[in-house]
Write a protein that binds this ligand. Structure first.
Ligand code: DHB
Ligand code: MG
Length: 635
């Protein structure tokens, strides 16, 4: 797959952009004129800089308001073009993007536009250059790739071709099937961008909200399949106008972009038999059977607290690692691993973040295959040399420096709990609090890294994302998006914290980075679980009494049922599929907590209850109501 990205897509000065683009693995780069103009070096030197990074200049852009001008302005348009051709020759760029005219002065008329392009093609040919015509969704007369193609067809010049841009086509809901009949040699270049579905002016939407394919809601895969069906084998280039990306880390954004292209190319070539998208072989996205374990690292006083919390929820130690300071706590199918090693990555993670759920283990059909896919998508391998007799579990770095392990049914990995651990005779073997499995994991990330995390999980695993939704914290908004396997094997709620005063923002500030902020366990009977927990000394989060009056009225609940919810601090929600009951632990440390849920068919996560839960948690962290979260109520 020939990969490219426009310089406009990422932050920094031109040299920083180029370094980040090259480091991420791209083959080429679209040079945006502004990035060249504001950089203090000649076009020739910039061309040299690009090539020194091992990159090819795939396109120079944009050239605006060219075609269909009245005679008085037509000559000017050609003069301007010749000047741009000079720059391109200096740069070493052979293709220029001409976007459809938006000028009120332009005249329209398909033959007039075609004649202009024919002449421009003649002039370009003399210099060995090529012209690509792109329909902007807001072009004055040409705003549909089918019309742009008709102009190119009538221009009938070998040096004039079409540029397709997924955003313009998909934003206007134009049938992508129409691309399949365009001859591949007349498609000179393909730009790709996704975007969240927001109902707004298309120009504003395009210039501020585009994101990487797979991060938004547009059917970019269908678009790319249609392009691939023509046999197109040229560049696929990311052209992402996005305010957050412009302010983000150039390396991170470039890496995300590369991942999104490889993932897209991989999905397209699996579905489109005539696709000419060469990519190294990698297994397809894998379904997650379940979360096999969650691993905490802790030490010192904090260790006693976290173990106390686990015990109060009915977890019992079942196995101790043969050589490391690692213990497994279990209940039913749930395994919580508590690591108190001071060396290695766990120890380093503890020193930096304090007690944290830094690793998860995912059960997949082929652990080595999952690792291979992750590496193919640019993830970092996590390796720690195994001790004598230990099995190296395939693992990668996840969002925020977390670790993701893969387990499968292979002989060595499936027996890891027996071979590496010594059993501890448990005090009891039933599930004492009725906790049956992990319902979901909530991971808090920086606001700008929500799309990064979504793309990370959905490109690697057979899980789908929900649209973004807002969680209201009394101190600000938290943007949320869920990535989940429809069968429930893995559900991760991702929260992007916009400021440090929200509970999520406070958590990542105090934790010195993004991390798992809560873990939700499933029960089949939340009232029985609540009773068992109370007997165990579990301290639930106290919910405001006002909440229950409201929930009773909102859902028309029986007074008796509401009383039982109130008595156990259980929150209630309902969707078209059923009911949801939620119970929270007290807050641990600077914002970590556990949740227990009973799903009665319900498919969501109780977003409507989040504001009540967060307010209660903040009361607990800050009982005196003094701004700034300072003191934890441990009574
Ligand atoms: O917003 C614009 O003007 C603009 C310019 C060039 C493009 O390729 C594009 O897709 C949009
Ligand atoms: Mg474009």
């Amino acid at each position: 797959m020939k990969t490219s990205i426009a310089t406009v897509s990422i932050s920094g000065a031109l040299d920083e952009k180029l370094a980040a683009i090259a480091a991420a693995g791209f083959d080429g780069v679209e040079i945006f004129e502004n990035d060249l103009l504001v950089y203090d070096a000649s076009p020739r030197d910039v061309g040299g800089m690009v090539r020194d990074q091992g990159l090819h200049i795939t396109l120079f852009q944009p050239f605006r308001d060219f075609e269909g001008m009245p005679n008085t302005q037509r000559d000017r348009a050609f003069d301007r073009a010749e000047r741009k051709f000079d720059v391109m020759q200096e740069l070493g760029a052979d293709l220029v993007l001409v976007c459809s005219n938006v000028s009120p002065a332009s005249l329209g008329g398909i033959d007039r536009a075609a004649a202009d392009f024919h002449e421009l093609g003649e002039r370009a040919a003399k210099r060995g250059l090529r012209i690509g015509y792109e329909a902007l969704a807001w072009g004055r007369y040409v705003n549909d790739h089918r019309d742009a193609w008709e102009v190119v067809r009538r221009a009938d010049h070998a040096n004039v071709g079409l540029i397709l841009d997924s955003f313009h086509t998909l934003a206007r809901k134009i049938d992508v099937g129409s691309i399949r009949s365009i001859p591949r040699d007349k498609i000179f270049f393909v730009q790709l961008a996704d975007a969240p579905l927001i109902d707004m002016d298309v120009l504003y939407w395009s210039r501020h909200y585009r994101n990487m394919p797979g991060e938004g809601d547009l059917p970019v895969t269908d678009f790319t399949r249609s392009v691939a069906a023509t046999g197109y084998d040229g560049y696929f280039s990311l052209e992402i106008f996005n305010d957050q990306f412009r302010a983000g880390s150039p390396r991170q954004i470039a890496q995300d972009g590369y991942r999104s292209l490889i993932h897209l190319g991989d999905q397209v070539r699996r579905r489109e038999p005539d696709a000419r998208i060469p990519l190294p072989d990698m297994p397809d996205r894998m379904a997650v059977g379940k979360v096999a374990f969650i691993e905490f690292v802790t030490d010192g006083d904090e260790k006693g607290e976290i173990l106390g919390l686990l015990a109060s929820m009915g977890f019992v130690p079942t196995a101790r690692h043969r050589s490391k300071s690692v213990t497994v706590y279990q209940q039913g199918e749930i395994r919580i691993v508590v690591n108190t090693e001071t060396a290695g990555y766990a120890g380093a993670s503890y020193n930096f973040h304090g007690t944290t759920a830094y690793a998860i283990g995912l059960q997949v059909s082929d652990a080595v295959g999952a690792l291979a896919r992750a590496l193919g998508l640019g993830a970092g391998a996590f390796t720690q040399s195994p001790g004598p007799g230990e099995t190296a579990m395939p693992a990668i770095y996840g969002p925020g420096g977390s670790v993701i392990y893969f387990l499968d049914a292979s002989p060595s990995l499936s027996r890891i709990w027996q071979t590496e651990f010594e059993p501890i005779k448990p005090a009891h073997t039933d599930a004492p609090a009725g906790l049956l499995g992990i319902d979901h994991i909530a991971q808090t990330v920086e606001y700008g890294e929500l799309p990064t995390a979504v793309l990370f999980y959905t490109s690697l695993l057979a899980i789908e994302k929900t649209p973004v939704f807002d969680v209201i914290d009394p101190a600000g908004m938290v943007r949320s998006q869920v990535v989940a396997d429809p069968s429930g094997g893995l559900r991760i709620t991702l929260n992007g914290a916009e400021n440090r005063r929200t509970l999520a923002g406070h958590f990542i500030a105090e934790n010195f980075g993004p991390a798992i902020q809560h873990i939700a366990f499933q029960t089949a009977d939340i009232f029985a679980t609540a009773n068992a927990l109370t007997k165990n000394g579990f301290r639930s989060l106290k919910i405001s009494r006002n909440y229950y009056d409201d929930v009773e009225a909102r859902f028309g609940l029986d007074a008796e049922f509401t009383d039982s919810l109130r008595a156990s601090d259980i929150l209630y929600d309902r969707d078209e599929h059923g009911e949801y009951l939620q119970l929270y632990s007290s807050v641990y440390g600077e914002g970590f907590f556990f949740e227990i849920v009973e799903r009665r068919g319900y498919r969501g996560y109780g977003a409507a209850n989040a504001i009540f839960r967060i307010a209660a948690q903040k009361r607990q962290i800050r009982p005196d109501g003094v701004p700034g979260i300072t003191k934890i109520d441990r009574e």
